[in-house]
Design a protein around this ligand. Structure first.
Ligand SMILES: Cc1cc2nc3c(=O)[nH]c(=O)nc-3n(C[C@H](O)[C@H](O)[C@H](O)COP(=O)(O)O)c2cc1C
Length: 397
């Protein structure tokens, strides 16, 4: 996505400027051509040489540099994206007023590329009505923002927003802006991920080997494509994806209830979770004591979420199921597509090396109810997620 893309990274005079070095580095490592523009204030915090070293490109610090006379126009017009991180209260005010008294404000005014701001300032400065009004005006003009977050500020702890979003968060938002307006823009996508856990007693559970990685990669990719994403997640070690609303559940019954709650608002349901099919018939209130003789546990079936919610599916919903099989996977998956009245099913065979649970790769077959079949050979789950979303977009037309 980033290779060869031109990014202007404006850095203004806040403490968080040091974190923008990491952002510049990450963008450059991904292949972007990063033109850093420092305000005079930014130069007080981080030197041009640091940015030049990580971007391997000249850094811009003034409107008045000989040999660069028209960069105040060309930089913002040649760019694919302009990021300002950190964006000081002062920068927001000057940009909102349409001022152009330094290189960064001039290129923002002349620029045609989308703009992403990462405001960062003292919490009182951020809460001031002047700053709120300036930000509202800039958002109205179509500029996007990320953060500020609640967290420690240079001047100490705070429970109010002011801290700049972390570089990886800014990067994720930048990818969403760069992706532009695709077919999933504004769509409400409900994804489930991970295993569920069924309690035997207060300390023991029955679960499965699902890591949640596939569902999390799908949720991230759908959000980057502009969707509003709700991720209903069983217990996993995956960190919450940027921008995605993560709702944690434990049991299959809890997952079913959460899916039911969000189904009426959703345009797409992607059931990538591996909910437990069985639960102990009886859950003990107290811990079972250890005994030498062992014990027998009786199981009962849990609710099949896709089947149980069938009557609640509305006409515009696209329902995508997953089938993890061991052998004859495509035939079994096709039968499941019909039985569960799905629009699409993603089939993987746990016996195939590198596919299925608890690995970073997958190989799948995507089938839709019109008989379109697509094989996605072994690749990272992030890449498989993109193929699944491409197929969903094509199916929805
Ligand atoms: C130590 C120090 C830290 C500052 N941190 C911030 C900050 O985080 N956010 C902010 O909006 N202003 C901050 N300021 C104030 C700005 O540097 C000041 O408003 C400056 O004029 C900004 O110029 P610029 O927006 O052109 O870079 C700080 C000032 C100092 C001296």
């Amino acid at each position: 996505m980033w290779r060869g893309r031109r990014v202007v990274l404006g850095v203004t005079g806040g403490i968080a400027a040091y974190k923008s070095v990491l952002l510049a580095r990450e963008l450059s490592l991904r292949g972007a051509l990063v033109d850093v523009v420092l305000t005079r204030g930014a130069g007080e915090f981080v030197g041009a040489v640091t940015f030049e070293s990580v971007t391997r490109r000249p850094v811009h610090t003034s409107l008045w540099e000989a040999g660069r006379a028209l960069e105040h126009v060309s930089l913002g017009q040649d760019a694919d994206l302009i990021i300002v991180a950190p964006a000081t209260a002062n920068l927001l005010a000057r940009a909102a007023a349409g001022m152009a008294d330094d290189l960064l404000t001039a290129l923002l005014l002349a620029g045609t590329a989308p703009v992403l701001l990462a405001p960062a300032m003292n919490d009182e400065m951020y809460a001031d009505p002047a700053t709120s009004a300036n930000l509202a005006l800039l958002r109205d003009r179509g500029w996007r923002t990320v953060g500020p977050n609640i967290g420690p500020l240079a001047e100490g702890a705070s429970d109010r927003p002011g801290r700049m979003a972390e570089p990886e968060e800014i990067l994720a938002h930048a990818e969403r802006v760069l992706a532009g307006d695709g077919p999933l823009q504004g769509a409400k996508v409900l994804v489930t991920a991970g295993p569920t856990r069924e309690a035997i007693d207060p300390v023991r559970v029955v679960t499965n080997r699902s890591s949640g990685k596939m569902g999390y990669r799908i949720a991230e990719a759908a959000w980057r494509r502009g969707a509003d994403v709700v991720l209903v997640s069983g217990p996993t070690l995956e960190p919450p994806p940027v921008g995605v609303t993560v709702l944690r559940v434990e049991s299959t019954a809890e997952m079913a209830a959460m899916v039911r709650r969000h189904l009426p608002d959703s345009d797409v349901l992607i059931m990538a979770a591996a909910p437990a099919d069985y639960r102990p018939a009886v859950t003990r209130d107290a811990k079972l004591p250890r005994s030498e003789g062992g014990f027998t546990l009786a199981f009962e079936s849990t609710e099949d979420i896709l089947v149980a919610t069938m009557p609640e599916r509305h006409a515009r919903l696209t329902t995508v199921g997953f089938a993890l099989e061991t052998g004859a996977a495509v035939e079994k998956g096709r039968a499941k597509l019909l039985r569960k009245q799905l629009d699409m099913i993603v089939i993987n065979d746990a016996l195939e090396p590198g596919a299925g649970f608890d690995v970073d790769t997958n190989a799948v077959t995507i089938l839709d109810c019109h008989g379109v079949e697509q094989r996605v050979t072994l690749r990272s789950k992030a890449e498989v997620a993109e193929s699944i979303l491409d197929a969903i977009e094509a199916y929805r037309g």
